[in-house]
Design a protein around this ligand. Structure first.
Ligand code: TRP
Length: 359
């Protein structure tokens, strides 16, 4: 790309499918057209070649979320694989907006896959809990948002991330304890104009300045210099971000400013959405209890919701799905009950993260 050019596509409200970090809507009965989204966002499709390359390099069968196309799009994955091949370090970054006490099935997908990436590539992982974002956007107090961050951390820890390789942080807490993180936020804020965020996210003049400046806070963890206590003195470790594709606007913005602030462009790997129980035209959402299976739902609630929605017409299939969900969520409920406050504190304390290739 020539300097001065930008990789940012413009926000448009006239397209049929609508995907941004806050809304997902398709007018089509078959749901979002993900191939079109790849073209619109300017990312690349994950093809069999890439999957085979991952399998050959790691000596492991690719995760079923990859084989079945749930993770379907990426930016710069080949660069990450080259690093791995050359035994150079990289780290993983993902996150969660703690908008409610309970997480749902859709939220699990990126985390399940991230855990597989962490185990397969043996790399450190940082998980951002954007309590500031959810306070700014939603009708909750800042204290509630921070409390939800800790509650959600329990769900994330229950998935079994390696404590020696994982750092979970609340924005509100980490910003006030790590100057280097805030310095990177300031750098991004200085480099991105209002007109750019308006183009990427569709903000307008009536949006609060909190919303307008927040994308810099989601961008900053893409730079390893935001974590001086985790990565020893290494400031330029490349980053790979697994996320649902609605988060891509943040990382298009991040990639656009990365080099200007002396960082490395983060690589990204995108998933599709888990559809709402009522149908494929939107995704599961924490604000609609009937659209989503929550990780706190009981076996009975799972059964009732599944039947009420009737998305799966065949009764036999429905029975299989209900049993499967009861098993997965039942196990999750058990694991979550074992997560103590002390464990949450450990995961949320900045400390040196282990990684065989970060020396
Ligand atoms: N904004 C995301 C949400 O609302 C949370 C988030 C922060 C995130 N950083 C991330 C998600 C990085 C994926 C990758 O859920």
């Amino acid at each position: 790309m020539k300097s001065g050019e930008t990789e940012l596509p413009e926000y448009s409200s006239s397209d049929e499918d609508f995907v941004d970090p806050w809304h997902v809507a398709s007018k089509s009965a078959t749901g979002i057209d993900y191939d079109k989204l790849i073209t619109k966002f300017g990312s690349q499709k994950i093809d069999d070649n890439l999957i085979t390359k991952i399998e050959n390099l790691t000596g492991k069968r690719a995760h079923h979320l990859l084989r079945r196309g749930v993770f379907f799009s990426m930016r710069d994955m080949h660069g990450i694989l080259t690093l791995y091949e050359q035994k150079q370090p990289f780290y993983l970054y993902t996150g969660r907006g703690p908008s409610s006490e309970a997480m749902h099935l859709g939220h699990l997908i990126p985390f399940i896959f991230t855990k597989w990436l962490q185990e397969t590539f043996d790399v450190p992982l940082v998980i951002q809990l954007t309590d500031d974002e959810k306070f700014i956007w939603n009708d909750i107090t800042v204290e509630e948002a921070n409390r939800y961050a800790h509650e959600n951390a329990k769900d994330i820890i229950a998935l079994g991330f390696d404590i020696n390789k994982t750092f979970i942080f609340s924005d509100i807490e980490y910003i006030s304890s790590c100057p280097e993180f805030y310095m990177n936020i300031c750098k991004v804020q200085k480099l991105v104009t209002y007109s750019q965020v308006k183009g990427i996210f569709g903000f307008d003049v009536s949006d609060s300045i909190g919303k307008i400046s927040f994308p810099a806070i989601q961008a900053a963890p893409s730079f390893s210099s935001s974590f001086p206590r985790l990565f020893k003195s290494k400031k330029d470790i490349p980053c790979l971000i697994p996320c649902a594709i609605d988060q891509d606007p943040y990382f298009r913005m991040t990639r656009d400013v990365a080099q200007k602030l002396g960082g490395v462009k983060p690589a990204v790997i995108h998933s599709t959405f888990v559809p709402a129980l009522q149908g494929v035209q939107t995704k599961m959402s924490a604000s609609d209890p009937n659209a989503s299976i929550f990780l706190t739902d009981t076996d009975e609630e799972i059964r009732i919701k599944d039947y009420a929605c009737g998305v799966l017409a065949r009764e036999q299939l429905q029975e299989i799905l209900i049993k499967l969900l009861q098993k997965i969520i039942g196990k999750h409920r058990q694991n979550r009950a074992l997560v103590t406050k002390e464990m949450v504190k450990q995961y949320m304390t900045p400390r040196n993260l282990e990684c065989s290739i970060v020396t």
